[in-house]
Design a protein around this ligand. Structure first.
Ligand SMILES: C[S@@+](CC[C@H](N)C(=O)[O-])C[C@H]1O[C@@H](n2cnc3c(N)ncnc32)[C@H](O)[C@@H]1O
Length: 421
């Protein structure tokens, strides 16, 4: 049952989010800060409904029209997606609107175009089809990202082993299990606010998708090595790499964003790592990079990307990206990979990664790089994971995570090695 306060809150939130000029979670946090009268239950209902609507917006646009607006899309969402009963909605809507509820409850999605059935805007459906995916594959991929993602944690092995973390969190409000693939992963069924948990504050764990943990693992970073996290951002993977290195050797965290690197600072302080050197660079061609050429045992390039593998968490990205923005990213990705590769020493490992499901941001970038850089060879991720005793089903030499198959975000990674001189 949605109350009239919650209904108004949903419409207010959508009004701020739907121009897609800022991330949905940022808009929602701002609204909740301003609307102090909203209780915890109101906030939960508003957030859940708004995110649900954004996930299904391509379907609602098809149902109610591309310019129908927040109120009609909300009616469509409650009727055709959530299948709420008429009685429940009678208090919120007038007779004309209830007539739409009746009509839309009987929607036959099988007549909708492929991208609509997949819950994707047309441009993404077109891009996936152009990459050779069948209609069934597009629908399977899109629908796998219509649900909410689980909450994954990474145990900071410097402070606490994963088993001890599972034990410490067990018995709380939500069930806790070890994740199937990452050796440090813990999955929490539910959405507890953990940012004030004593174990979080002590640095014993970080929130990190299991797929993201695997990207760090694939660098093979070890004690005493020289490692570069080229696009470190706020350091999700930097922290995992530092723990793999047991806080020894040297780990450079490069990024062009001062703000993101500043967000790494408190996380570093909690983590107990002392081997990390955050380095602000002007671009991938910065002189600091040139000075370190050929010195790194491992380089991770967690490239800026469309984020289309994270639609379960960020459904608004399908509207905040476009074919043009992806083409721009592709040029940047190729340039960053070529520049970061210079850091890798002979025999060293280079990992190119994204959280995108588009081949144009993944295999296409790697194929072009390998064609232009015969000094690098592709390693088979299946063999690397088998070496770590991780049984993860994959169809080729890349790490290509699929939310439906692996219950992670849609991460991609290619692992390369610089041939001996
Ligand atoms: C996918 S995000 C990184 C996320 C981060 N690795 C993590 O695990 O939390 C990509 C990052 O690339 C950075 N970036 C964009 N252009 C860059 C460039 N030319 N050189 C280095 N970093 C860049 C962005 O500022 C952003 O932080």
């Amino acid at each position: 049952m949605i109350t009239s306060t919650q209904y108004q809150g949903i419409l207010d939130a959508l009004e701020q989010i739907l121009p897609f000029t800022a991330p949905a979670d940022v808009c929602l946090s701002r609204l909740f800060r301003e609307e102090k009268k909203l209780g915890a239950r109101d906030r939960a209902v508003i957030a859940e409904t708004v995110f649900g609507l954004l996930r299904h917006l391509p379907r609602l646009e098809w149902l109610a029209g591309p310019y129908a607006g927040a109120r009609l899309w909300l009616i469509g969402y409650l009727a055709a997606i959530e299948k709420r009963n008429l009685k429940e909605l009678a208090a919120l809507f007038n007779e004309e609107q209830l007539e739409l509820v009746r009509k839309w409850k009987a929607t036959d999605w099988s007549t909708a175009p492929t991208h609509v059935r997949a819950g994707l805007p047309e441009w993404i459906g077109t891009a996936l089809a152009a990459e050779g995916r069948s209609d069934d594959a597009i629908i399977a991929l899109g629908t796998s990202m219509l649900g909410a993602a689980p909450l994954d944690l990474r145990a900071n092995s410097l402070k606490l082993k994963r088993e001890a973390l599972v034990e410490a969190l067990a018995g709380g409000e939500f069930p806790v299990t070890a994740t199937p693939y990452s050796p440090w992963g813990v999955r929490v069924a539910g959405k507890p606010a953990l940012n004030r948990h004593p174990l979080f504050l002590s640095g014993a764990f970080e929130v990190q998708d299991e797929g993201s943990q695997l990207l760090a693992l694939l660098t093979g970073a070890r004690r005493g090595q020289m490692v570069a996290d080229f696009c470190a951002g706020a350091g999700g993977k930097t922290l995992a790499l530092g723990a793999m290195m047991n806080s020894t050797g040297r780990l450079y965290a490069f990024d062009i964003s001062e703000k993101r690197l500043a967000n790494l600072k408190p996380r570093l302080a909690r983590s107990g790592l002392s081997n990390v050197q955050p380095q602000l660079i002007a671009s991938e061609h910065d002189q600091k990079i040139k000075r370190l050429a050929g010195k790194m045992d491992a380089v991770l390039v967690d490239a800026p990307c469309s984020g289309l593998g994270t639609l379960r968490r960020n459904p608004d990205l399908k509207y905040r990206q476009s074919a043009a923005s992806v083409a721009e990213l592709n040029a940047k990705q190729a340039s960053i990979l070529a520049s970061a590769a210079r850091l890798t020493k002979a025999g060293g490992r280079l990992v190119y990664a994204t959280c995108s499901v588009l081949a144009s941001e993944n295999q296409v970038i790697v194929d072009a790089f390998l064609a232009a850089h015969p000094e690098f060879e592709l390693l088979d991720v299946r063999e690397l994971l088998a070496g770590e005793k991780i049984e993860l089903p994959l169809d080729g030499p890349y790490l290509q995570l699929d939310p439906a198959r692996h219950n992670t975000d849609g991460f991609f990674a290619a692992v390369m090695k610089r041939r001996a001189a």
